[in-house]
Design a protein. Sequence first.
Lengths: 307, 290
Amino acid sequence: MSKEYTKKGKIPYHKDIAKNWQLYLMTAPYLLGFFIFTILPIVSAVVLSFFYYNMLETPTFIGFNNYFNLIVADTVFLKSIKNTLIFAVITGPLSYFLCLIIAWFINELPRYLRVLMTLVFYAPSLSSSVYFIWQYLFSGDSYGFINGILTKMGVIYEPIQWLSDEEYTLAVVMIVQVWMSLGTSFLSFIAGFQGIDKSLYEAGDVDGIKNRYQEFFYITFPLLKPQLLFSAVMQIVSSFSVSAVSQSLCGLPSTNYSAHTIVLHITDYGNIRYEMGYACAISVILFLIMLGARKLIDILLSYVSDT
Amino acid sequence: MILPSLKIKKKNRRGSRSLAGTVGIFLFLALLGAFMVLPLLYAVISSLKPIDELYAYPPRFFVRRPTTENIEMLFSLAANLWVPFSRYVFNSVFVSGVATVGHIILASMCAFVFSKFNIRINWMFKLVVTALLFNGVVLSLPQYVIMAKLGLLNTYWGYILPVLPMSLGLFLMKQFMDQLPSALIESAGIDGASYFRIFTTIVMPTVKPAWMTLLVFAFQNVWNSNPGGIVFDEQLKLLQSAISEIVAAGIARVGVSMAGSLFIMIPPIIIFVVSQNSVIETMAHSGLKD
């Protein structure tokens, strides 16, 4: 039956299945889908990365050649890694702390204002596919909203090509990315703050906590650790999957690859040039970087909460 | 009894912020809130602007003479498309609906077993938690290769199937079910109900907040996705691609595309507003423990 009743210890799989076939049957549809659309893609990316494969001919085994070419010969790939890491190091943490701080502020508001503010900050992420409106805001001619405002204020004298000048493209994509990044982690923090037992604060008051900031660091922060880890994972996911915004605002390829990311490099080789083996090698490197980032977060958070 | 305790509470008030701090925080929130909302508002307002105001110099944020001509234009352009516009709307609604409902059912069934029973494959939950790292964008290329092999390209299934086993849904659902008392399920088991019956009659009604949350996330995911390459038959494309085609078709289409953005923006926002309380309740259990 439920956890307490089943015997612990290792029953062989076939006996367990014979005994609990109903339970296995209930997990089967989800797990089948999970294997086909998550595990199998990862495994086949690893396998295909050692082949030359163009979807038409049978794959030819070429050993580590794809990886070798990526690292030694493909300067665009290095640029895409650099840009992706910039997202991971700047917009990722920035949006992480915005989520945390805004959720903390919102938590102190009265109920109806809280609901409204949650919607205000979450709305861009909810309707994330309307980022194309930024195209009009950042439009390069003088009718573009931002150019128009800046010219009127006398900051600039001629319109800036926000979306094609390589000095600005990356910054523009970063702004839009932060704009739509208050998503799952934000909701997780809001819920986390609401779930904290208020009596702990009163106890803290007795123990000599002076103001809200101390309260935040000594009481709230340690209690939020599970949310902190979950949100960090969600932030890794979003900063490493930056692609559609850059593609739709700055084009693929963007001017001189200035806003190129790893996922766009995969799209470029996979969906445009049909060099699947090469694209899979890029994917594998992306997976490894993401797993590394996850490990790093674990280590960082264990320092934070052990104090 | 109540009055004295209230008094003590007042005396023991939580540490407070200085006035400057409070003002600062409100300014900060207001500025950031403006950054979040203004682009969306700009889209809404611009969709009401007549053409000369859209190209006014210097650009104005507000509209002087609101008009519905952009929205009418969107519909008339849509009517002239090779595939009727209603077909795109149907595709989007159908695909989002089936994928969302399917995801909720599959993920809840699996989460129920992982949460309340001890079978040999419980370790797979750890695999799912690790897979939270890999979303559809990151996996899209190898998924594309597999869908090509399975013959799922250019079908509705190409949209729907990859969404069904999203890791986030199973994770949130299992976390939520973990806090249901086991006694609830045991007593039903003693009465001789089958596992599936326990799931449908007892568990599912109890975890309503969690499936409302899965609904928000899954719907948002499908609604906002514009998967390139998976479907090339015009008949099967989604509202997103229809609107981006309308937008791309002409230069003077700013107003029309702003009007189009309204149609994309509104459904997920309505769904979130309706289910807001449930989402927050569910997300309270979203924490990851190592």
